[in-house]
Design a protein around this ligand. Structure first.
Ligand code: PLP
Length: 367
């Protein structure tokens, strides 16, 4: 049996005629940038996240960058995040002019460890950026509390966690602003690039709107210098159709995660992902920990099973940040986790048979 890590073709087979009908209209109208589909997606995605505003942009990376710029991040400022994330989080902080300062993660949830934040705060710190990694909300209450006590903002990197919930609240509605990615492989993906900012802060939303469109509030009247970070109608139309399926797709992922938990629960050599109390993960990824991970990964591949590593090298150990000279050993939880993590196949259309096959093979390899 073959088990791919993800299979994006299945959802597109199901939705292609509906998407193509919509795209034909867009071609006939020749209205490609912004427009009614983008406006409607902004209303619909804001409603889904329980926020007052949503501003669609060209990528999750732009969403993060525009939030930081809108919050007036300046050179010399520091922004706290974790080394166990996709580089876009740190890139956006740097590209807004600030310095990403890393704090370690918790060993159980892989998310920011709130008890490590206080020691990273300096007079230059402006904000904190927790990532809802693998679809699981970060522990927001203590993070927001530390931020409030120190006059800092909290921006959520929700790029992997569309519709996940923290103590009943949707991610994306908790910090001053949040970034979502619609990269094709995310829980909801465009047929190309896409992203969104959600917020309850009208001024922040307005500033992000300007930043995505060359700083103009009215055509050719530029209040500030901005970027070309707009979403196009083709992506917005596809995303609106997919948004109606997102809850069902997330439910399927949650079902698969439960099944993995059941079938792998009795293998001592496998450490299961922990869902923290009050958190509703949407399982963008299902990440276990095993010893001799590379051997396990290879053996699974020989059995026709594709797995992934998210992420193989922590940010402070990446060549891109070598000039920061952050010593190895600075983030022991992240660094030891990286040697053991393994992302198993998870996507809505994964069949029970495929999932059972993954568990059988894993049992034979490590059990
Ligand atoms: C995907 C992702 C991003 C970047 O989103 P793009 O749409 O690819 O620019 C940022 N942060 C995290 C945690 C992500 O997973």
């Amino acid at each position: 049996m073959k088990v791919p890590f993800v299979d994006l073709r299945a959802q597109h087979r199901e939705l292609s005629s509906e998407i193509l009908d919509c795209w034909k209209e867009i071609l006939a109208e020749a209205a490609f940038i912004g427009g009614r589909h983008v406006d409607a997606l902004e209303r619909e995605f804001a409603e889904a996240c329980g926020t007052q505003h949503c501003v669609c942009v060209n990528s999750g990376t732009d969403a993060l960058r525009f939030i930081f710029l809108a919050l007036d991040v300046r050179p010399g400022d520091e922004v706290i995040t974790v080394p166990n994330t996709f580089i876009a989080t740190a890139e956006a902080i740097s590209q807004a002019g600030a310095t990403p300062v890393f704090v370690d993660i918790r060993p159980d949830t892989y998310n920011m460890d709130p008890s490590k934040i206080a020691q990273a705060i300096t007079p230059k710190t402006r904000g904190i950026v927790p990532i809802h990694l693998y679809g699981q909300p970060a522990d927001m209450d203590p993070i927001v509390q530390i931020a409030d006590e120190n006059g800092l903002w909290v921006v959520e990197d929700a790029c992997q966690a569309h519709l996940a919930r923290y103590k009943g609240r949707r991610v994306g509605s908790i910090g001053i602003g949040a970034a979502f990615s619609f990269y094709p492989g995310k829980n909801i993906g465009a047929c190309g690039e896409g992203g969104a900012v959600t917020t309850n802060d009208a001024a922040l939303a307005e500033k992000v709107r300007m930043l995505r469109d060359h700083g103009q509030s009215q055509k050719y009247y530029h209040k500030i210098e901005g970027f070309n970070g707009r979403m196009d109608a083709v992506q917005a139309a596809a995303l609106r159709i997919k948004l109606r399926h997102l809850k069902g797709w997330n439910d399927a992922r949650i079902h698969h995660a439960r099944r993995y938990n059941e079938l792998l629960g009795d293998i001592d050599a496998v450490q299961l992902p922990v869902c923290a109390p009050g958190c509703e993960s949407v399982y963008h990824l299902y990440v276990i920990q095993v010893q001799a991970r590379d051997n396990v990964m290879r053996a699974l591949k020989e059995s026709g099973i594709e797995t992934g590593l998210h992420y193989p090298i922590p940010l402070h150990m990446q060549e891109a940040y070598a000039s920061r000279q952050i010593p190895i050993g600075s983030f022991p939880v992240t660094e030891s986790g990286v040697r053991k993590i393994l992302s198993l196949p998870i996507f809505p259309e994964l069949s029970d048979k495929q999932l059972e096959y993954v568990c059988e093979c894993l049992k034979k390899i490590v059990g």
